[in-house]
Design a protein around this ligand. Structure first.
Ligand SMILES: CC(C)(COP(=O)(O)OP(=O)(O)OC[C@H]1O[C@@H](n2cnc3c(N)ncnc32)[C@H](O)[C@@H]1OP(=O)(O)O)[C@@H](O)C(=O)NCCC(=O)NCCS
Length: 194
C-alpha cells in the first residue's frame, strides 16, 4: 500500500480537534507559533523573526504531495476550525515503512491533552493508513512535556544520542523514542476494553 500512497493530508476528526491540511488563512498563526521562544525552546531551529520564514515553509513543503515525503496537518479547533498547532509525519521511508513524528501547539493550547489527541490521530494514519511499521520521535530530553506525551502514547525511550544537534550555538542531545505498529494496536485495544 505504502509505495503508491500519495502524501495527502486527509481530514481526521477527533473529539475536540481535527487534523486538516493547512490553508492560507493559517499563515499568521503558523508564524506566531514559530516565533514564540517558549514554544521553540527545544525546536530544531531558533524562533522565526520574519513572516517570510513562515511563507517559505508554507510554499515549499506544507501542501499535499510535498516533495520530501511528509504528511503535514494543522491541528484545528473542532468548533471554529482555528489553527491551534501542527502535527506531521516526516522522513517517510516507504521501503522501510518508517517515519518520524513531530507535533507542536500554540502556548495557550497547552496542558489540555490536545497534543495527545492530535498525535494519536496521526499515528492511526501512520499505521493503518500508510501501513508503517515504526514511528520515531526525536526529543530533547529536557523537553519533559514532549517526553511525557510520547511515553503516554506508548513510545519507548530507546536511547540517548549525545550532542546530536546544534541549534543557535547550543548543542542538544536526542532522547530517541520509538513506537511499533504492534505496540500501538495493543495499546489501542487495551484502551478500548478499559
Ligand atoms: C509538547 C507539547 C506538544 C505538549 O502539548 P500538550 O497538549 O500540552 O500535551 P498534553 O496536554 O497532551 O500533555 C502531555 C503530558 O505531559 C505532561 N506535561 C506537560 N507539561 C509538562 C512539564 N512541563 N513537565 C512534565 N510533564 C509535563 C502533562 O501532564 C501530560 O501528562 P499526563 O498525560 O500524564 O497528564 C507542547 O508542550 C508544545 O507544543 N511544546 C512546544 C513544541 C515542542 O516542544 N514540540 C515537541 C518537539 S519534540
Amino acid at each position: 500500500m505504502m509505495a503508491s500512497t500519495p502524501f495527502i493530508s486527509p481530514t481526521l476528526e477527533g473529539e475536540r480537534i481535527r487534523l486538516r491540511a493547512y490553508r492560507e488563512s493559517d499563515l499568521p498563526a503558523f508564524f506566531a507559533m514559530h516565533a514564540d521562544p517558549v514554544v521553540m525552546r527545544y525546536g530544531s531551529h531558533p524562533p522565526w523573526t520574519h513572516v517570510e520564514q513562515a511563507r517559505e515553509k508554507f510554499d515549499s513543503s506544507l501542501h499535499d504531495n510535498a516533495p520530501d515525503r511528509q504528511v503535514c496537518w494543522a491541528i484545528a479547533d473542532r468548533h471554529d476550525d482555528r489553527m491551534l498547532g501542527g502535527v506531521a509525519l516526516f522522513h517517510v521511508n516507504a521501503a522501510q515503512r518508517l517515519a518520524d513524528v513531530g507535533y507542536m501547539l500554540q502556548r495557550d493550547s497547552w496542558g489540555r491533552g490536545l497534543a495527545r489527541e492530535a498525535t494519536a490521530l496521526a499515528l492511526d494514519h501512520a499505521f493503518d493508513g500508510l501501513g508503517l511499521r515504526r514511528v520515531e520521535a526525536d526529543i530533547d530530553p529536557r523537553n519533559l512535556a514532549s517526553c511525557r506525551l510520547a511515553e503516554r502514547l506508548g513510545f519507548v525511550r530507546e536511547g540517548l544520542l549525545r550532542e546530536r544537534w546544534e541549534v543557535a550555538g547550543e548543542t542538544c542531545d536526542t532522547a530517541l523514542h520509538g513506537l511499533l505498529a504492534r505496540d500501538w494496536r495493543t495499546a489501542r485495544e487495551a484502551a478500548g476494553s478499559a
